[in-house]
Structure formats: C-alpha cells, structure tokens
Design a protein around this ligand. Sequence first.
Ligand code: HPA
Length: 277
Amino acid sequence: MNPTYEKLMKCFDSLRALTDFKPQLALVLGTGLGNFAERIRIVQTVDYHDISDFPVSTVQGHKGRYVFGYVDAVPVVIMQGRVHYYEGYDIADVVLPIRLMRLMGAEVLFVTNASGGICETFHAGDLMLISDHISSFVPSPLRGENMDELGTRFPDMTDAYDPELRTIIRSTARKEDIPLQEGVYLQLPGPQFETPAEIRMARALGADAVGMSTACEVIAARHMGMRICGISCVSNMAAGMSGGPLLHEEVQQNADMAAPRFETLVHRSITAIAKSI
Ligand code: HPA
C-alpha cells in the first residue's frame, strides 16, 4: 500500500478509537485566533501526541490538539496548532491533519492564518478574505502516486476558495460592521521572513499577502472534495514596506490586537455557513 495512505489510515484508526465525533466543519486556527476555543462548547480534546503516527515534532515538543465541539449548533473540529513545512516535515505530513479532519466527516474547511500585507492599501491589523492562492514555491502535497481513495490525480483549483462561502463571509462582515479586505495569499516556505526584493517579486506575481502555511492545506482539502474558505489576519506590512525590521513579537502583538474582530467574524461566518449548506 502507498505508505502515505497507510500512515493516514493508521492515524485515522487511532483517532477513531479515541472519539466518534462527526464534525460538519473543520477550522484551522492561525496566529491571532488562539483563544477561539473559548467560543466553543467543547465535547472532547485530543492531543496530537496521543494519535499513533501523527507528525509531531521531536525537535521542539510541539504543542497541538484537536478540539471537538459545537460553535452554536454547528459540530466542528478545530486544529489548535498546525504543522508547518518549515519545521522540517515532509509536505505529506504537513497536510495529514487536514486529511484526517475530512475522514472524520468534515465537509467544509475554514482556514485562518497571520500574514504580511503586500497590497499597498492594506494596514497591519486588517482582515483579508482569501480569494485565491499561489503555492508554487512549496512542493505539492499531492506529489507522488495519487491516492485514488482520496481524490483525482489532477484536481481542479479554479474555485479553491468557494465563491458561495466567500459571499457569506463578506455579508457577515458587513452585518457585524467588520472591515474586510480581499486578496490573494502567497505561501512561501519560511521560516525566515522575506527580503524586500522578494516582496517586490511577490507583488509583481499578484500576491496581496504572504505567509508560511495554508495553501498546501487547501490543495489537500480540495483534492478530497472539501469546500474551503479562509481569512488571513494581516499582522504586519511585509518586509521593506514599513521601514523597520520584522519581529515575530510584533507580528504576534498585532495579531492579538485584531483577535476580537477576527474571532467574531469567524464565529458568525461559521454559523451562517452551516445554515446555507
Ligand atoms: N511574512 C511571512 N509570514 C508571515 C508574515 C510575513 O511578513 N507575517 C505573518 N506571517
């Protein structure tokens, strides 16, 4: 059997032995949404460490867990802590937690992250609805023998970020009076922040925001037929755009400042999405 598929099934069996919860929607919590679990009626949590064969970093005692519960009446699974490519995992391992959430039953994937703003009209603290992505600088998670059990060899990516879900999020933002930008997210490998020259390149390529996650997760989810939406918190303007150096602490602080708006928008959008599907 394909070793990637074998590992996925082993993780799935291990997770199923711990919980039979069936989520409708999967949510990945990025920087700035760390407290979102407080908005959930939690039914169960599962530490990544407790799932056999789950890609948990041996390098840095990586913290992370699935949270199962309800956002209002919507059954959700939440990834609190994601797996990043820059930590050294194979790209197939980076997306394994996403694939698992689909196998658990989730039909919709809601991704969130923090990013550097590239679009000149953005400001630190803005929220950006992701309209599309550029993943060309990281390897595809679909590389290698196709797992026909999961999806097709050449999946379409035209509407990777579901137009109907984007409409719902836009109208939720309007209703909640939360300003919302919209744009293209570029995933770079990291972990170093970009140079100003790389940001000029990214802008020329059509990117509005840059980060180190998400696009590969969306590819894996799309491969498995999920409907996807995503919001990025522009935690800083990208390298060379604001004069000073980029500091991780500052990125974190700006994301924390946007957190209440970010949480409300994600919360209300999930409720609205569940009503429409
Ligand atoms: N670059 C890459 N990733 C990021 C940034 C950035 O400026 N801000 C938050 N994540």
